[in-house]
Design a protein around this ligand. Structure first.
Ligand code: ADP
Ligand code: MG
Length: 252
């Protein structure tokens, strides 16, 4: 379901307006204004502790906000009950630490949500699950357990699991940060493929190659604020703020 505005156009998928969030005395999100259009790939970068993970988590309401508004698909974020469950199923999330169910097989990891939340039959969920596992090149591992797979393979399963819910958007929070270097590209390649197919994505990452290839926009965040946003090309070659220049000088 997609809600139309008065002039008949689909609204942006996500709109954060003047969002603020505190943890005790710590002001972690400061007047965040951010719009993500359908099909857009937004890379969020910035120093540790700047609020990037919290920003991700507010969009699927793993965190509440203190003030401001967030709309998803033209509607205020659901607060509870079935509407919240639907929101969570429409916004996939892929974490740094994979978060697969350790005691379930790879295929079960991918079919659990569709069976429980979407009400798919086991047969249908398994057919679609295998299709997705093959797509991320893990089909042969379907009956293994997460610990039997490499980190890169586990993260590809996590992406397949997110896709199994047919999400409208996927949030990636440092999806390659916990991986051995030789496994980073196999995960980024899957993400680049998703971006090319038009998946709406917000990706917290310091992988500049990914940002240059797949991002429509880079958002630089520090100390709870969006300091600047620009195209990847403009951001990496001519960041405007001292804060961003300083950050880039340390990671490039
Ligand atoms: P980033 O992902 O950019 O490193 P985070 O969003 O994880 O930043 O954290 C922003 C700030 O909020 C940090 O100072 C962090 O320690 C703090 N923080 C994050 N989650 C919590 C929490 N649940 N309770 C208290 N402080 C938190
Ligand atoms: Mg983080």
């Amino acid at each position: 379901m997609c809600f139309m505005t008065e002039n008949g156009e689909a609204p942006p998928l996500v709109v954060l307006a003047d969002v603020n969030k505190h943890f005790g005395n710590l002001h972690v999100l400061r007047d965040i204004n951010l719009t993500i259009s359908r099909g857009e790939v937004v890379v969020v970068i910035g120093p540790s502790g700047g609020g990037k993970s919290t920003l991700c988590r507010t969009i699927n309401r793993l965190e509440t906000v203190d003030s401001g508004t967030i709309t998803f698909d033209g509607q205020p974020l659901a607060a509870e009950g079935r509407a919240l469950a639907r929101l969570r199923s429409e916004v996939g999330m892929v974490f740094q630490s994979f978060n697969l169910f350790a005691h379930k097989t790879i295929l079960e990891n991918v079919t659990l949500g569709p069976i429980k939340v979407r009400g798919l039959s086991r047969t249908e969920a398994e057919r679609r699950g295998m299709e997705l596992l093959e797509r991320v090149d893990i089909g042969a591992q379907a009956s293994k357990y997460p610990a039997q797979l490499s980190g890169g393979q586990q993260q590809r399963v996590a992406i397949a699991r997110a896709l199994a819910m047919n999400p409208k958007m996927i949030l990636f929070d440092e999806p390659t940060s916990a991986l051995d270097p030789e496994m980073v590209q196999e995960v980024l390649d899957v993400m680049i493929g998703l971006a090319a197919e038009g998946m709406t994505m917000m990706v917290v990452t310091h992988e500049m190659g990914f940002a240059r290839r797949a991002a429509n926009r880079v958002v630089f965040m520090a100390e709870g604020q969006i300091v600047e946003e620009n195209t990847p090309e403009a951001f990496f070659t001519s960041a405007r703020s001292e804060r961003a220049k300083d950050f880039l000088s340390k990671i490039l």
